[in-house]
Design a protein around this ligand. Structure first.
Ligand SMILES: Nc1ncnc2c1ncn2[C@@H]1O[C@H](COP(=O)(O)OP(=O)(O)OP(=O)(O)O)[C@@H](O)[C@H]1O
Length: 131
């Protein structure tokens, strides 16, 4: 979704205008970032598993922390990619590669954290279920 204030470069005039641009940014993430959509699908599956296994409040808090760690790093990675592309355009640049690879590394680390949280919460429950 493209913002209605297409050519605006001044500061937002109201809180609602700020929120509108923020929602437009989230829509861009969903529509244009494949990995972000993948994260949302995984989050939906984990949410369903949490309901099925009736996990407790503490487990839900850890899952939300893991979810927002991954989403946060995806957002930062997308910002890095866009800013790098804005600066270097479509030409190879060693510093551009470094910035993008580090951004991708941050996402990988947060995904690793989320997988550990998911395993610690669900593996005992799955073992209990199949016993
Ligand atoms: N301008 C550039 N100069 C050098 N290397 C680049 C440049 N643009 C991209 N790369 C390399 O290509 C990789 C992928 O690029 P980019 O992050 O733009 O693609 P992507 O498919 O959107 O990545 P992701 O899967 O993380 O969303 C980067 O991690 C980097 O190694």
């Amino acid at each position: 979704m493209v913002s209605r204030d297409k050519h605006q470069i001044e500061k937002n005039k109201s809180f609602f205008q700020s929120v509108g641009h923020a929602i437009s940014g989230i829509c861009r993430l969903v529509l244009e970032e494949r990995n972000f959509r993948f994260d949302l699908i995984i989050a939906a599956v984990v949410l369903i598993m949490g309901v099925i296994f009736q996990i407790n409040l503490n487990d839900w808090l850890w899952l939300f922390a893991a979810f927002f760690a991954v989403i946060g790093s995806e957002v930062l990675n997308s910002i890095v990619e866009n800013v790098v592309d804005l600066i270097v355009g479509r030409q190879y640049n060693e510093l551009a590669k470094r910035a993008k690879d580090i951004g991708a590394g941050g996402v990988l680390l947060s995904a690793f954290f989320a997988v550990i949280i998911g395993c610690l919460i669900f593996i005992p429950k799955i073992i209990e279920f199949i016993k």
